[in-house]
Design a protein around this ligand. Structure first.
Ligand code: BT5
Length: 320
């Protein structure tokens, strides 16, 4: 249980997660949450607690990945569980990986999700017509080196979508893919850890492929789009899936070989708000500045009004 708590804190690295929220999500008491946090601290994790705000896992810095070079042979999509409808493919993949039933590169895919998940407890709308799947990986990485994989996978999805549309496909740090300034795809990275070791990682990928405007709630229509809405043409979901799997495998292999450094240029070429004013919601506060893209470690670079350059490891970016 304590590693599930650790994993939740890691997903929200640098931000406070309320004890009540942790207790509710994990189905335990707030006292139990506190005891597990105490135990994590004994193991050396720096967890800050602030009354009325919750717990925060302190950033271990944004150092270089120090990855072992060398290619690991995996086949993305080699194992596949196809579902008509499920709560969330991430949840199913997580459980299967936990039971040792999903090999490296194995995917769980569903035509519809009833409880699609975004980051930080947000909802992901997943009606029929979209591509909703999760892939399981067992990377031999330090935990802090796994976080940039969200960018790596967003980049891979962008590259794959470029095969289906001539308009520019943009990436928005840390996990969005945009078409015409609107979100067409998102990535949800969930990591199961044991001490500092990654047991497995589930990357959930959601792409609005053939969605019509009415398939999304009205409130999302000015911020979300689909491949169909941008091109006026339906695309075969299998074709999009195989393009994405191929790009994911390529990008992941490269990341293991070179760290984010080897992918940075490709990311920068597609950066959504580069050079523009943005607001970054991070660590419970808002930072305003000019988006300077990403550094060699996948951190967002932000130039503040006073001219200082800061690096952000986790958060949400909004234009303006
Ligand atoms: C994400 O979260 O972008 C992660 C999305 C991951 C979805 C996949 S589908 C397969 C796998 N199984 C799951 O359960 N999840 C993964 P985030 O950055 O937090 O963005 C969530 C926000 O995007 C929401 O709060 C909405 O504002 C917006 N949103 C919700 N559904 C959307 C959709 N279909 N298209 C575009 N935007 C959407």
């Amino acid at each position: 249980m304590k590693y599930r708590i650790l994993s939740k804190l890691q997903q929200n690295q640098g931000e406070y997660v309320s004890g009540a929220e942790l207790a509710r999500e994990l189905g335990i008491s707030r006292t139990a949450v506190w005891k597990h946090i105490h135990s994590l601290r004994k193991e050396g994790y720096r967890v800050t607690a602030i009354p009325n705000q919750g717990y925060r896992l302190e950033d271990e810095g944004c150092e270089g990945p120090g990855l072992e070079p060398g290619l690991r042979k995996v086949r993305f999509g080699g194992q596949r569980l196809q579902l008509d409808e499920t709560s969330s493919t991430n949840t199913v993949a997580w459980e299967m990986a936990d039971q040792g039933r999903l090999a490296e590169g194995g995917i769980v895919i569903a035509a519809r999700q009833t409880q699609g998940k975004g980051r930080r407890g947000r909802t992901w709308e997943s009606p029929a017509g979209g591509l909703w799947f999760s892939i399981v990986l067992y990377p031999e990485l330090q935990l802090r080196d796994a976080a940039p994989l969200s960018l790596v996978f967003a980049l891979a999805v962008a590259r794959a979508l470029e095969r289906f549309i001539t308009a520019p496909v943009k990436v928005k740090w840390p996990n969005d893919v945009l078409l015409g300034g609107k979100k067409v795809a998102g990535i949800l990275l969930e990591i199961n850890t044991e001490f500092d070791r990654i047991k497995y990682l589930v990357a959930g990928i959601g792409v609005n492929v053939n969605l019509r405007a009415e398939d999304l709630p009205a409130a999302l229509r000015d911020q979300a789009t689909s491949l169909y809405l941008e091109t006026g043409q339906e695309v075969d979901l299998e074709a999009v899936l195989s393009a994405i799997l191929a790009e994911l495998e390529k990008a992941y292999t490269r990341y293991l070989e070179t760290g984010f450094k080897g992918l940075r240029r490709q990311f920068m070429e597609r950066c959504a708000h580069f050079g523009q004013p943005v607001t970054v919601h991070t660590q419970g506060r808002d930072l305003n500045g000019i988006d300077q893209g990403v550094d060699d470690y996948g951190c967002l670079r932000l130039k503040l009004k006073d001219g200082r350059l800061v690096r952000v490891t986790a958060g949400d970016v909004m234009p303006g």
